[in-house]
Write a protein that binds this ligand. Structure first.
Ligand SMILES: *Cc1c(COP(=O)(O)O)cnc(C)c1O
Length: 404
């Protein structure tokens, strides 16, 4: 990236952030955000109906390669609605990778269903399609035309792969297995807007894909989410139940609905952010390459997995410690913080979380090996090259001290 585009992405930061700390991942709000927010105030369109909501849905469909989009209050509510739309019912099981943010499982619990937790493959850290094939073959049976887990008798209602860290899951392989069992597939693409799969935009034909616009995602509305897809009746249903299942303009409601809509104020920020999606993802990928080079030059470090079947949106990047590393993630975080660099461990897998202690699961060798070794490093879209050099300098010092 040339100096000019670098400058346009960096620049002024919010005053509440400590300027001397290099933050992990902070919003980049230097585009049309404040102008669009002012338009909301001036026009009095502050609630869930308004021009920015419609504009954001159009932009999202365009930039994900879907026919249409429905915006929601959060990524979690988007997941909840998508699961309901494919027919997940109380008592059902939904297959997900254990290596995900807890919201993936919580959306299933909000349907009064249970996750069936799977290990990840090691190329992109996403749902392992081969393991899916083996488990469905050996652990399930079809009864009255429905697929059940033999051990518990629960119906299996859907498969929900996750685009972990912006890495697309291998959906061709997942869909191939799922379709043999007539299982619907919903994709948790929370941070994957801007990623590609086999050179195509991230919305997969025939599937519902969800996004999150939480504060630490590449594109943020403060809070927000969306479901995109090409099945218009399914998306109409999602829109309907996201708005209290209201029919017409009077107070008639034909089913239990939710208040899951995005407001025009949030969408105003979202539109301004989406205008810069390509530049944001370009910068995220440059930061990823920077840390890959850094880890090559330090012994005992590996890089984040990135898929051979697509291009990651590189939501987060950082380093992976060697299994025999003398330094653990929990020792590194305070050492880097002392030098003004924010870093963080990454998701603790869902099978280790108390609410899901009894959920059925596969063996978890990859998930357990990976999560304790990941250290995410500063990767905001407005990080400067100078700041990246500073992170590298500190990392080199920390690791050579240990080696000495
Ligand atoms: C961020 C995230 C979510 C949840 O989105 P919210 O907008 O915070 O509700 C769900 N799944 C994954 C994989 C995420 O990264």
């Amino acid at each position: 990236m040339g100096q000019k585009s670098l400058l346009s992405l960096s620049g002024r930061r919010g005053k509440s952030y400590n300027e001397r700390v290099i933050h992990l991942s902070i919003p980049n709000l230097n585009g049309n955000e404040s102008r669009y927010l002012q338009e909301c105030i001036n026009s009095n369109y502050v609630s869930s109906v308004g021009p920015f909501v419609s504009r954001m849905e159009k932009l999202l469909a365009e930039k994900s390669g879907a026919a249409a989009a429905v915006t929601t209050a959060s990524g979690t509510s988007a997941l909840h609605l998508a699961l309901l739309a494919v027919g997940v019912k109380p008592g059902d099981l939904v297959i997900i990778p254990s290596f995900s943010f807890i919201a993936t499982a919580n959306a299933i619990a909000h349907c009064a269903a249970t996750p069936w937790l799977f290990d990840i493959e090691n190329r992109a850290w996403t749902l392992d399609a081969e393991l899916l094939r083996q488990e469905l073959h050996s652990k399930t049976l079809v009864q009255n035309g429905k697929l059940h887990l033999k051990a518990t008798g629960q119906r299996i209602a859907a498969v929900m792969p996750v685009h972990v860290l912006g890495n697309p899951a291998d959906l061709d392989a997942v869909v191939m297995v799922a379709s043999q069992y007539d299982l619907p597939v919903v994709v948790d693409g929370a941070a994957a807007l801007g990623a590609t799969y086999h050179s195509k935009l991230i919305a997969y034909p025939g599937l519902l894909t969800t996004f999150s616009f939480n504060g630490n995602k590449t594109i943020t509305c403060g809070g927000g989410g969306a479901v995109v897809g090409d099945n218009l009746p399914q998306l109409d249903l999602i829109r309907h139940i996201s708005a209290q299942a209201r029919v017409g303009t009077s107070y008639h409601h034909d089913q239990v609905g939710y208040n899951y809509r995005l407001t025009n104020i949030h969408a105003a920020v979202g539109c301004a952010q989406l205008e810069r999606l390509e530049a944001f993802v370009t910068r995220k990928r440059e930061v990823d390459i920077f840390y890959r080079e850094l880890s090559k030059n330090l012994s005992g470090l590996a890089s984040f997995a990135r898929p051979p079947w697509g291009e990651s949106s590189c939501w987060f990047s950082g380093i992976v410690l060697d299994p025999h590393s003398a330094l653990g993630v929990n020792e590194l975080v305070p050492q880097l913080a002392a030098q003004g660099i924010e870093s963080k461990p990454f998701w603790k897998p869902i099978h280790l979380q108390p609410p899901y202690a009894t959920a059925p699961r596969t063996l978890m060798s990859n998930s357990e090996s990976v999560w304790t070794r990941i250290l995410t490093l500063p990767c905001s879209t407005n990080i400067t090259n100078l700041e990246l050099d500073q992170v590298a300098k500190v990392m080199i010092a920390v690791f050579s001290r240990k080696a000495a």
